[in-house]
Write a protein that binds this ligand. Sequence first.
Ligand code: HEM
Length: 413
Amino acid sequence: MAETLAAASEAAEKMPEFPMPRAAGCPFAPPPDVEKLRAENPLRKVRIWDGSMPWLVTGHALQRALLADPRVSANDKSPGNFPFVTEYRRQIAEFTPELIVNTDAPVHTRLRRTVNGPFVIKRIEAMRAPIQKIVDGLIDDMLAGPNPADLLTALALPVPSLVISELLGVPYEDHEFFQKNSSLALDRSAAPEESRAASTALHDYLDRLIGEKLVNPGEGVLSELAGRVTAGDMTRTEAVHMGVAMLIAGHETTATMISLGTLVLLENPEQLALVRDSEDPKAVAGAVEELLRYLSIVQVGLRRVATEDIEIGGQVIRAGDGLVIDLHAGNWDPEAFPGAEQVDVTRPARQHNAFGYGPHQCLGQSLARLELQIVYSTLYRRVPTLRLATTVDQLEFDHSGTTYGVASLPVAW
Ligand code: HEM
């Protein structure tokens, strides 16, 4: 018995720690130790911050199989060892109501249906002209202002913030408040009290807005949610949480793809030329997919727990085992994308996992794609001399957020 315990403790000692650091000077690649683990075994256990040992899934095909498997749950209250991202997330799990992000079918199916409407491709496509206007206006302002400028504050953050404000019916004047608090709520290095205060502030804010829309419905998704509350399809708490989820998910991710995507292209001028000079909208759409794959900005891994034993990839995942699905590693899996470490905007990359896969795959993906296609097809054409006004090693990369990003991106033209 003592020997078995000693062996188990020795095995735990040798268990790799997750997350792992990226290599200095390689801002776009997954951590080298993650790449090594995938090459050795794309499904293996690691140790996370609380000492628990979930499976780390790094193979592209395994990720898809598991994310689509009904025995794999997103419900952090499921029995077993759900691999929480932070102590704060663990603390709040039991008090958090059923939400789109932490439920399985059939509850998830019902909640997702309540917000699907505004995100169907036809309604998103109708936003093309207004988004183009927003992008043109912001580029006009940038060109009229000081040179160099910070692309993050001039374009990358305002585009998705303006779009999501418009879509939800949230006043854009409040953008500094919701940008700051969303970022804090998702920051792994923030203290639990800090995350809680940021999250409470966002919930109070959305509760006030939903309250107003219940009395005076207007345009936008929040009014639609208020309508569903009035009709008895969902509770006010559910509507508030849904609004917060969309506000948080809807701007930082896309902002990061605008800034980091531009950085990758500026560092790879031949790829930038392909995007800038192509007359074919499909070529720009393809470049968006490749940059989503290459950057895979959701850097913490999707978190799940097995509800039954699952035999897969020559292993048995036991009921109650946690799963961490590292999207960046999956999107650099050479079996799915040969030469994955090269950015190649002509590569057919649409099968990437950057928006997740299965029932929880990104609700806002059509909107994100549209925003990115418009920005990428406008910015480099209108500003053909765009260049980095610093060096990559001077940039401050954010390693502690749910999404990877840069604190600022100084550009000149
Ligand atoms: C480039 C930008 C974006 C990226 C890379 C991204 C990535 C993701 C990923 C990986 C997931 C899956 C999470 C999981 O399975 O646990 C997800 C879910 C989600 N995303 Fe996005 N997202 C982006 C933009 C957006 C936008 C613009 C919205 C707009 C409202 C949005 C709303 C959501 C929501 C509500 C979910 C939860 C869906 C569910 O659990 O059923 N996202 N996103």
